[in-house]
Design a protein around this ligand. Structure first.
Ligand SMILES: [Fe+2]
Ligand SMILES: [Fe+2]
Length: 302
């Protein structure tokens, strides 16, 4: 091969590398948009919670996954599966979504128990979501085999699904509104200080903690329970030491905690009481404030 041919080959390789990079970038972007779309669709069915269920499950599951030493790729799957875990409930009637499983009639429970399977069917449409789909499919499996849909046991359960199962159970116990009050206002208690947030959730918190600990090693993975309850307890302790203030959106910083829930004009939850502000949330609050969907100053605990 002469010098000219060598140069031409090198140019071709560079061109192909550039093309591969572009394709990778395009794929990453379309994957990100697909995730955003699915997440916003899933969150449309969260009217029966006092805070965003899918966001909470995703964020706290990520914290647990990191503490358990999962690698970056696995943590990303936990994050995505947490956001999408209940996407299979999309077509369910409001009356069913409002109930806790132990309040459902047999026929309702049968339908409810199909949501991990429907979730998997939705996500399987995109082959790049294969692992996320498997996690969603398993998020109601319990380590003693009493879960559903496949009664998997112990190590048969994907570790990410085992994490989501615990965080999901906790959030249902602490933030789902009792179905006896389906028309209760979206904001269950007006927060006038960090202590009132803690007081208003104290009984539910104690019940949830007792339940999780009593089922550790039986329904739930012991290590996950240990790490998750440590995270939640530390978070509540730090909430008690915070100061309440109204802060302009451009002055918000990650780590501040939302002190009252904010809803869009359509009634969709934008930011929920007790939620920690992230860079991403700050950006979306900023955009929404520009179109008047949220006030320019937000009540936070610092
Ligand atoms: Fe679920
Ligand atoms: Fe859930």
């Amino acid at each position: 091969m002469n010098e000219e041919e060598k140069q031409s080959l090198e140019n071709k390789i560079k061109e192909l590398e550039g093309l591969a990079e572009d394709l990778h970038e395009q794929f990453a972007q379309s994957f990100f948009h697909c995730m955003q779309l699915l997440t916003s669709i899933a969150s449309l069915r969260e009217f029966y919670y006092d805070s965003s269920h899918s966001r909470f499950v995703s964020e706290k599951s990520v914290e647990v996954a990191k503490k358990l030493g999962m690698n970056e790729a696995d943590v990303y799957e936990v994050q995505a599966a947490g956001l999408l875990h209940d996407i299979g409930k999309l077509g369910f009637k409001d009356g069913l979504l409002a109930k806790f499983p132990n309040e459902m009639k047999e026929s309702e429970y049968k339908q409810y128990a199909t949501h991990p399977v429907i979730g998997k069917q939705i996500l399987d449409k995109n082959p790049s979501l294969k692992t996320i789909s498997e996690i969603v499919h398993q998020h109601h499996e319990k380590i003693d085999g009493s879960g559903f849909p496949n009664h998997l046991m112990g190590k048969e359960i994907n570790p990410a699904a085992a994490i989501i199962c615990v965080v999901d159970t906790y959030h249902n116990m602490i933030a789902k509104r009792p179905s006896s009050k389906p028309n209760s206002p979206l904001v269950s208690s007006l927060v006038i200080g960090s202590n009132s947030y803690l007081e208003s959730t104290n009984t539910r918190f104690a019940t949830a903690m007792n339940y999780l600990h009593s089922k550790s090693g039986n329904l739930f993975d012991t290590k996950v329970i240990e790490v998750f309850t440590d995270i939640i307890k530390a978070e509540r302790q730090s909430l008690g030491k915070r100061v309440l203030m109204r802060v302009a959106i451009d002055k918000l910083s990650p780590g501040m905690v939302i002190a009252e829930s904010y809803y869009s004009s359509f009634g969709l939850l934008i930011a929920s009481q007790g939620e920690t502000i992230t860079e991403e949330m700050k950006r979306s609050l900023f955009k929404l404030s520009e179109v008047g969907e949220v006030p320019s100053r937000i009540l936070v605990m610092k």
